[in-house]
Design a protein around this ligand. Structure first.
Ligand SMILES: [Zn+2]
Ligand SMILES: [Zn+2]
Length: 58
């Protein structure tokens, strides 16, 4: 146990940032700037909630 790949993130340990919906930016409109997302710092990714970013199921 403990070594199963997390099916939620497929073992990447990452999930799409819900604050910016994976875009990495907030505010603005499609095709127009906006600010870098403060939650994911512009990466558009967040740690997987299910495995806490480890990529493995507990
Ligand atoms: Zn974000
Ligand atoms: Zn996961």
């Amino acid at each position: 146990m403990g070594d199963k790949t997390c099916l939620f993130c497929n073992g990447t340990g990452k999930d799409r940032c819900t604050a910016c919906e994976g875009k990495g930016k907030v505010g603005g409109f499609i095709g127009i700037g906006g600010k870098p997302c403060p939650v994911c710092e512009g990466s558009g990714e967040a740690s997987c909630d299910r495995c806490a970013g480890t990529g493995k199921e507990n």
